[in-house]
Design a protein around this ligand. Structure first.
Ligand code: PHB
Length: 332
C-alpha cells in the first residue's frame, strides 16, 4: 500500500476526507512538498474511476495538472477547444477564447483526471483508502483531531491527524461540523433546471454550442468522440418520465440546430433533472478542520466551474497547510 499500511498507520499529518478532484489533488500537492497524508474514500476505486461527471478543464486546471506531473495523458488524449459557439435563433456566433484571452479549455472528463491522480498517488506510495467511510470527526478544535472510520468489512478504527481536510462533496459530513455551531451556509435555489442527457452519438460540432431559444436554453457538450453530453433547460419539478426520447430530440433540434449544425442523435443512456443551487459556507475552517471544493461551496452546472473551483481552493489551501505541518514538525 503506502509507506504506512492501514494496519500500522494510526497517525497522519493530514487526513483528507474524499477522493474527488479536491482531495486527490490536495494529497498530491502535499506530497510534492514533502508532507504525507491519508485520503479516505467511501466508494470503491472502480466507482470513483467510472462515475461520469464534469468534463471541462479550464486553463488554470490544465496548467496545474501539467505543472505537477499529471498532465501527460491529458496532453495526449484531451480535446482542446479554443472557443465556443453561441446560437441565437438558429444563427451561430463563435467566441474565440484563444484570440481574446490566449487561453483554451480541455474536454477531459473528471473521472479521467481522477484515474490519473489515483495512479500518481499510488505510484508515489501515497495512501488512498477506498471502501472506507468516515463516521465522525472529533477533537478538531484541539491540536489532535481524530477521524473515526469504518471499512467495508464493518470494522471500525480511528486515525489521528494534525489537520483534517473535508473534500467530501456537496453532501459533506465535514461541513456539518463547521456549520453546526455558529457557522452559516447561504443557499440560493434557482427557478429553472437542466435536463441532462448522456448520448452515444458522434460529436455534433468541434466546439460546445450554447443555444438560446424562446422554449429555453440548450447546451451541446461532449465527453468523447462517441459520448455526447446534452442539456435542455427545464422546470425544476420535471421528472425524467416527462422527457421521452421523441420530446428530447424535437426540443434539441428546435433549440440548438443552426444554419451550419444539426444535433447528432444516438442512444440516450442517462437522463436526469439537475436542479440549480448555489451555496457557500462561512467559515470554511474550524480549528484544525478545513473544507474545500463542493463541500465548501456548490455552484450550478451552468459554467462547468465546480471541478475548476475545487482545484483553485486546493491551490490556495495547500501552501498554508504545508507550512503549518512543517512548523509543527520543527517544534517536535
Ligand atoms: C458539461 O459538459 O457538462 C458542461 C459544459 C459546459 C458548461 C456546463 C456544462 O458551461
Amino acid at each position: 500500500m503506502g509507506i504506512h499500511s492501514r494496519s500500522e498507520s494510526s497517525h497522519t499529518p493530514v487526513a483528507i476526507v474524499g477522493a474527488g478532484p479536491a482531495g486527490l489533488m490536495f494529497s498530491h500537492l502535499l506530497h510534492l512538498q514533502g508532507v504525507e497524508s491519508v485520503v479516505i474514500e467511501k466508494q470503491s476505486r472502480e466507482e470513483v474511476e467510472t462515475t461520469v461527471r464534469a468534463g471541462i478543464l479550464e486553463q488554470g486546471t490544465i496548467n496545474l495538472l501539467r505543472k505537477t506531473g499529471v498532465g501527460e495523458r491529458l496532453d495526449r488524449e484531451a480535446e482542446i477547444d479554443e472557443g465556443i459557439s453561441i446560437s441565437i435563433a438558429g444563427e451561430s456566433h463563435r467566441i474565440d477564447f484563444a484570440k481574446y484571452t490566449g487561453k483554451h479549455v480541455a474536454v477531459y472528463p473528471q473521472h479521467e483526471v481522477l484515474i490519473d491522480l489515483i495512479a500518481k498517488r499510488l505510484s508515489d506510495s501515497g495512501e488512498v483508502w477506498f471502501n472506507t467511510e468516515v463516521t465522525s470527526i472529533e477533537d478538531h478544535e484541539s491540536d489532535n483531531p481524530k477521524v473515526h472510520y469504518r471499512t467495508a468489512d464493518g470494522s471500525e478504527s480511528v486515525l489521528s491527524a494534525d489537520y483534517v481536510v473535508g473534500a467530501d462533496g456537496s453532501n459533506s459530513l465535514t461541513r456539518k461540523l463547521i456549520t453546526g455551531e455558529d457557522g452559516r451556509r447561504m443557499k440560493h435555489e434557482y427557478p429553472f433546471a437542466w435536463f441532462g442527457m448522456m448520448v452515444h452519438a458522434p460529436q455534433t460540432a468541434p466546439e460546445l454550442i450554447y443555444a438560446t431559444h424562446p422554449e429555453g436554453f440548450a447546451l451541446i457538450s461532449t465527453r468523447s468522440e462517441s459520448v455526447q453530453r446534452y442539456y435542455l433547460q427545464c422546470n425544476p419539478n420535471d421528472t425524467p418520465g416527462m422527457w421521452p426520447d421523441e420530446r428530447i430530440w424535437e426540443q434539441l433540434h428546435l433549440r440548438a440546430d443552426s444554419d451550419s449544425v444539426i444535433v447528432s442523435e444516438g442512444e440516450i443512456t442517462d437522463k436526469a433533472v439537475l436542479r440549480f443551487r448555489s451555496a457557500v459556507t462561512d467559515p470554511m475552517q474550524r480549528g484544525r478542520l478545513f473544507i474545500a471544493g463542493d463541500a465548501a461551496h456548490t455552484v450550478p452546472p451552468t459554467g462547468a466551474k465546480g471541478l475548476n473551483l475545487a482545484m483553485a481552493d486546493i491551490c490556495a489551501l495547500a501552501p498554508g497547510l504545508v507550512q503549518a505541518v512543517k512548523s509543527l514538525k520543527a517544534r517536535c
